[in-house]
Design a protein around this ligand. Structure first.
Ligand code: SF4
Length: 327
């Protein structure tokens, strides 16, 4: 039986794909660390915490033999590799791993490690440290846990920055989470600098290149479209920030969703233009899935809006590199 062509042509939809979007160099390195460990050592490979905040990625690694745990105590004493997630860990986790002689592969993003080093240097120089970030996020837990309790004070908002009381204003420093809103962080830093002119901070902020570039791309596109879809997980900080940035930049309807099945077509209403981006932990295959869902309902005209070109690459942990590359 052949179906008669529909008498109602699909409505037109202009789609702007934000670039850059999706995977950053730290996420690629973390996922490849697990994949390489599985290739070299075989299953199982333990992974402490979601390697990156994306269910699709986690499920696909699980299907290859990765076993995800929240704490090292869930891992039996053995020579099985244990990969630490991209978000970084408190010092106590590394200490426990070395006491138990676990075979650790550290997939902490080098840009998170850089923040750890900055905090450690401030501490050694006798400075009180303010960490600008979101309470409970694993990166924040990791950074705060690099130093003894009380060494770092977490500040989440400009109001908290206004109310902060320094032990010694002449010996104060700050570091930031890597995945903050650029504008919110700038406001907090501005407040701290105004109140504590001697505060010491990074030469260039700690917000990473990937967070910065994805937010810039969203800012460029958001005012031009009727709606914006951010593909990413609700527990992904940089994905949440992209949705906020889109709203603040004037997009009337911004949504964060994990899969095409999550699209609320009714809430989307009648739109003539749509932008799509993806958080740093969301794979491109999920962007394609969303595009396919729209293509089933609309006649798409797809363009890419590019804010900047990225060419950042982080090598794998040394033991996972191919022999010739490790030398
Ligand atoms: S978002 Fe930034 S800090 Fe986080 S893994 Fe990616 S590059 Fe590293």
């Amino acid at each position: 039986m052949t179906l008669a062509p529909s008498r109602h042509p699909k409505p037109q939809l202009r789609v702007l794909l934000c670039a850059p979007r999706g995977f950053c160099a730290g996420v690629v390195r973390a996922i490849e660390s697990v994949e390489r460990a599985l290739e070299i050592y075989g299953a199982p490979v333990y992974v402490r915490h979601e390697i990156v905040h994306n269910k699709y990625v986690v499920e696909s690694l699980k299907s290859k033999g990765a076993v995800f745990v929240e704490e090292l105590e869930e891992i039996p004493d053995s020579g099985v590799p244990v990969v630490l997630s991209a978000h970084g860990v408190p010092r106590a986790v590394q200490e426990e791993a070395s006491r138990r002689k676990l075979f650790v592969l550290d997939a902490t993003c080098p840009l998170v490690t850089k923040v750890h080093r900055e905090a450690e240097i401030h501490f050694r120089r006798g400075r009180e440290i303010v960490l600008i970030g979101h309470a409970g996020h694993p990166e924040v837990v990791g950074t705060m846990g690099r130093l003894p309790p009380g060494a770092i004070t977490l500040i989440e908002t400009a109001q908290q920055a206004e109310a902060f009381v320094a032990r010694d204003a002449a010996r104060l420093s700050y570091v930031t989470q890597t995945t903050l809103s650029i504008d919110d962080a700038a406001q907090i830093v501005e407040c701290l600098k105004r109140r504590f002119p001697q505060i010491v901070g990074p030469h260039k902020e700690d917000i990473c290149y990937a967070t910065t570039n994805r937010q810039e791309a969203v800012k460029k596109v958001a005012p031009k479209v009727d709606a914006m879809i951010v593909v990413g997980a609700p527990n992904s900080s940089n994905s949440q920030r992209l949705k906020e940035v889109a709203e603040r930049a004037g997009c009337p309807h911004a949504v964060l969703l994990q899969r095409a099945a999550d699209i609320d077509w009714q809430a989307l209403g009648a739109i003539g233009s749509l932008a799509i981006t993806a958080g740093a932990s969301a794979p491109e295959v999920l962007v394609e899935e969303v595009l396919d869902a729209f293509a089933a309902r609309y006649d798409l005209h797809v363009e890419t809006e590019s804010a900047v070109t990225e060419n950042v690459f982080f090598p794998l942990p040394r033991v996972l590199r191919p022999i010739e590359a490790a030398e």
